[in-house]
Ligand binder design. Structure first.
Ligand code: NAD
Length: 280
């Protein structure tokens, strides 16, 4: 497994996304992923599967310290007391002492950012999270958050990123602020399989479009957290460390990128960075 590293932080480059994985299916697929070599799991209080993920982690014979687990607090819970309660609830459901990474799932303009960030930093000071970060933060929000917390405190921004969404500006600014970037919805929810250019490159390496796309992401030193409930997919998505895309192939995928944002929940999503801004 490769790692994504910044000055003070390191995380396995590939993780298992768990959105929509529920019940016994979630337990089985997380156990399977851990057994075949995944060491990074991504959940959220909103996914409703923290109990199952904790159960899977207990049922495999892998030391807790070898597994990197992320969870997130939903934007309705960003006021100080609600935030503390949400983190405690997550840990209780997981039956764990700490998270490896605790994220604010989405910003919420109705709660002062400083209040949420103080609650986030307190969770870290209390040992409930080894590392802390943000998700779905735009460039100005990311800059404000780092300004409030000071350098080196926040370590990650988890954002939507796949071959159909141009995100260079937020990625570059994040890296400048020493934030590791995690790409969520990395396969565009399966849309990469419809793209001939990606399928052609995949054929050359005897890989598939998901594997080439994940390789393209981690070669940019960005973590990826693809999700599947199918063991064969989970296995395929891990088999991306035995080949390397050429610079030309990297550019071919990069040049596909447009403004196809797939995740933008009404009433929750922030004002996204303008596409004009990013092409300048
Ligand atoms: P994804 O891009 O990972 O696509 C998932 C789809 O691709 C599923 O239908 C799956 O069956 C299919 N798939 C996966 N591997 C495949 C393979 N090898 N071959 C064929 N099909 C394959 O989309 P996602 O689940 O939305 O995103 C991944 C994870 O990112 C989520 O599970 C969640 O953990 C995280 N996420 C975070 C946020 C956030 O706001 N922070 C938002 C969305 C998702």
């Amino acid at each position: 497994m490769e790692f994504i590293t910044t000055q003070n932080f390191s995380m396995p480059a590939l993780g298992l996304g768990t959105y929509q994985l529920q019940g016994q299916e979630a337990v089985e697929i997380v156990k399977y992923a851990l057994e075949i070599g995944y060491r990074h799991m991504d959940t959220s209080e909103m996914y409703g599967n923290e109990e199952q993920i904790g159960q899977a982690m207990r049922e495999v014979n892998i030391p807790r310290s070898d597994i990197f687990l992320t969870s997130k607090v939903w934007p309705e819970h960003l006021q100080k007391e609600q935030f503390q309660a949400a983190v405690e609830r997550s840990l209780r459901k997981l039956q764990l002492e700490h998270l490896d990474l605790l994220l604010i799932h989405w910003p919420n303009s109705e709660v002062p950012l400083s209040e949420t960030l103080e609650a986030l930093m307190s969770a870290q000071e209390e040992g409930k999270a080894k590392h802390i970060g943000i998700s779905n933060f735009t460039i100005p929000l990311m800059q404000q958050a780092v300004e409030i917390c000071g350098p080196g405190v926040l370590v990650n921004n988890q954002i939507e990123y796949h071959p159909f969404l141009w995100q260079d500006h937020v990625i570059q600014e994040g890296k400048k602020l020493d934030l590791a970037i995690t790409a969520y919805r990395p396969l565009g929810k399966g849309k990469v399989f419809e793209e001939d250019t990606i399928n052609d490159i995949a054929a050359k390496y005897d890989k598939n479009a998901a594997q080439v796309t994940l390789r393209w992401i981690i070669q940019q030193e960005i973590a990826a957290i693809p999700r599947s409930s199918q063991k064969s997919h989970v296995q395929e998505n891990l088999a991306i460390f035995d080949f390397q895309l050429t610079e030309e192939e990297m550019s071919t995928l990069s040049n596909l990128r447009g403004n196809e944002r797939l995740v933008s929940p009404v009433g929750i999503a922030p004002d996204w960075d303008e596409p004009e801004l990013i092409t300048s």
